[in-house]
Design a binder for this molecule. Structure first.
Ligand code: ATP
Length: 366
């Protein structure tokens, strides 16, 4: 296995600069997820690492070797695509054997590796079937098996589960994660699904606009998002954002049109956390996750009156949408909490877990 290092990667397609100077490292044996919205440059970066696209600038190293201008076959990587891309006229066994036959591997080695992959992927009883006789999940297992048999240094996977239904996708996520752990294989996995990224990645590289926004463990990016984009992209429901300014020991929440302003006094947690936040005119954005707001008794210090606007009953939890200075704030509660629409509640924000962002630079400043 090997590390992957991408430095100042640039890739253009005519007028479109798809990747604008990407820097990132994937450590030996690590499961790295590239996450970001459609068009952010995930696939292009992955294809450059695979050698399927030639970069316009920057370097790519796999292990100690610079591979920026090498052919895919010279890179010792295996690529798993979105579509299953199996040979329809071949059996599962023949499909799994194909990459090894192509490089003239001894039959005994082929048999051993095919069996090993089939066992890992639970398809030993499907080896003599054709792809059309398999379910979608089984076909994707064979595709992954074809990558495993080659024992490459690095696995590159581009949304390999996107063609599967939701239930199967959840099952396969766990399977791929376990497989990667068992193989100890350096893996880069592209997805636009943040749940997939959070549940599978040792680390997540969040991309937007052809640039890396932040790389870190799922908890690092969740708890300490570097900027407004990462904060809003990771987490479901998304982090609540309320524009504000700081005046002394309180935050003045800027009202939405037609609404009354509100002031949030900083408690000892907030004073500590936001100690270096500028006071005065600097436009800030308060970021609070839905689980970091609690409904409390009226008169509780630090609580603010809010009005219930929408109640979302989700079975395992409820999301209560309340109006705060005219902004909708989503609050995660237990499923038994069912306030009525229009009711006034009192909300207390957990300031030790909240964030302030500079509205201009969009950076997290605490
Ligand atoms: P998705 O999740 O939709 O696959 P992505 O993050 O993987 O998106 P890329 O496929 O890397 O994004 O595309 C990045 C940008 O480059 C997009 O604006 C896309 O339209 C453009 N692009 C990608 N491939 C080509 C191409 N072959 N020719 C022209 N433009 C391209």
């Amino acid at each position: 296995m090997a590390s992957v290092r991408v430095q100042q990667l640039i890739k253009k397609y005519d007028q479109v600069v798809a990747v604008k100077g990407m820097d990132l490292s994937v450590e030996d044996g690590e499961f790295m997820v590239f996450l970001g919205p459609s068009g952010c440059g995930k696939t292009t970066t992955l294809r450059c690492i695979a050698g399927l696209e030639l970069p316009d600038g920057g370097t790519i190293k796999i292990g100690e070797e610079e591979v920026t201008h090498k052919q895919p076959a010279e890179r010792d990587i295996a690529f798993v695509f979105q579509s299953f891309s199996l040979y329809p006229h071949m059996t599962v066994r023949e499909n799994l054997s194909f990459p090894l036959r192509a490089v003239k591997t001894a039959q005994s080695v082929i048999d051993e590796r095919v069996m090993m992959a089939a066992r890992m992927l639970h398809i030993t009883d499907k080896l003599d079937r054709k792809p059309t006789q398999l379910s979608g999940g089984e076909q994707q297992r064979v595709t992954i098996g074809r990558a495993i048999v080659r024992r490459p240094q690095v696995f590159l996977m581009d949304e390999p589960l996107s063609a599967l239904d939701a239930k199967l996708r959840t099952e396969m996520r766990a399977e791929i994660k376990k497989l990667q752990t068992d193989l100890g294989a350096t893996t880069i996995y592209v997805t636009h699904d943040q749940l997939e990224a959070m549940s599978m990645g040792d680390r997540i590289a969040i991309m937007y606009g052809g640039l890396l926004q932040q790389a870190g463990t799922p908890m690092e990016v969740y708890d300490n998002p570097r900027n407004l984009f990462v904060a809003g992209f990771i987490g479901s429901p998304a982090m609540n954002f309320v524009p504000c300014t700081r005046s002394g020991d309180s935050l003045s929440l800027s009202p939405a049109e037609g609404a009354a302003a509100a002031s949030l006094g900083l408690d000892s947690d907030g004073k500590g956390r936001f100690a270096t936040t500028p006071t005065g005119d600097t436009s800030l954005v308060l970021g609070v996750r839905p689980e970091d707001v609690a409904f409390v008794e009226a008169g509780t210090p630090g609580s603010l009156p809010v009005r219930v606007e929408v109640v979302e009953l989700l079975g395992s939890e409820n999301i209560i949408n309340v109006g705060l200075a005219g902004h909708i704030v989503k609050v995660r509660t237990t499923p038994t909490f069912r306030p009525t629409l229009g009711q006034t509640l009192h909300a207390r924000i957990n300031q030790s877990r909240s964030h302030l962002f500079n509205k201009q630079t969009e950076l997290n400043i605490n």
